[in-house]
Design a protein around this ligand. Structure first.
Ligand code: 13P
Length: 255
């Protein structure tokens, strides 16, 4: 199972900028053999990135989607629209969606079920806030988010789920989790997920760490037995930097 190194560009990059990134990263892709590399551009650049990545091993993902197939949902994007753009993965429940846009566990659960039933691989994001961490509530919060998302899930192939542990206080702050904490959180995530996913799917489950991942710290996270990838924000915006990060991740897992 290759670790999944994902670029979450958030609200960055025009189509032209996205195309330039793809041209550059493709020059390095021959060296990414140890890892699966994924790019999640904004919706407006999905089609262009798909075209720019044709014939490449680099995968395409979206940062969000709505659960309905179609209808009066102004501003939203349906799973089939993502599929049409060649999207394979979709990030769901990112903390910015939860905290800035008010997405709750029940909405995220609907999105997760919709993604699976449309053959999209969801990257389900979970994580505690700084306040929750200080109250020693990390395990309770992770458990609540996971149970709400996974309980009774029977559509599609749950084995295709990726779970990203993204502590909210580590996102965009330059203050990454210490590897031991990330390892403990990932171990707990695995334990909770095992209540809902069959053994076979648990074997295929990848848990990513996200939150101030850089070229300099990626190896520490990839060396952890409970972590199989990273969800990268700021350090994914420059192709040369993200390429070096993916390379370092591959070297760390092959060590
Ligand atoms: P940063 O890497 O910028 O901290 O962002 C992490 C993140 O939110 C990825 O989804």
């Amino acid at each position: 199972m290759k670790p999944l190194i994902a670029a979450n560009w958030k609200m960055h990059k025009t189509v032209a900028e996205a195309e330039a990134f793809c041209r550059q990263i493709r020059q390095m892709e021959g060296q990414f053999s140890g890892v699966e590399v994924l790019i999640c551009p904004p919706y407006t650049a999905l089609a262009a990135v798909q075209k720019a990545l044709q014939g490449s091993t680099i995968k395409l993902g979206a940062q969000n989607m709505f659960w309905a197939e179609r209808g009066a949902f102004t501003g939203e994007i349906a799973p089939s629209m993502l599929r049409e753009c060649g999207v394979e993965y979709v990030i769901l429940g990112h903390s910015e969606r939860r905290h800035i846009f008010g997405e709750d566990d029940s909405l995220i659960r609907k999105k997760l079920a919709a993604a699976l039933s449309h053959g999209l691989k969801p990257i389900l994001c979970v994580g505690e806030t700084e306040e929750e961490r200080e109250e020693a509530a990390t395990e309770r919060v992770l458990e609540q988010q996971l149970c709400a998302a996974l309980e009774g899930l029977d559509q599609g192939k749950p084995g295709e789920i990726v779970i990203a542990y993204e502590p909210v206080w580590a996102i965009g702050t330059g203050k990454a989790a210490v590897p031991a904490d990330a390892e403990n959180a990932a171990a707990w995530i695995r334990q909770v997920a095992a209540r809902y996913l069959p053994e076979e799917d648990m074997k295929a489950l990848r848990i990513q760490y996200g939150g101030s991942v850089t070229v300099d710290n990626i190896a520490e996270f990839m060396a952890l037995p409970t972590i199989q990838g990273a969800l990268v924000g700021g350090a994914s915006l420059e192709a040369a930097t993200f390429g070096r990060l993916a390379l370092a991740a591959g070297e760390a897992v092959n060590r």
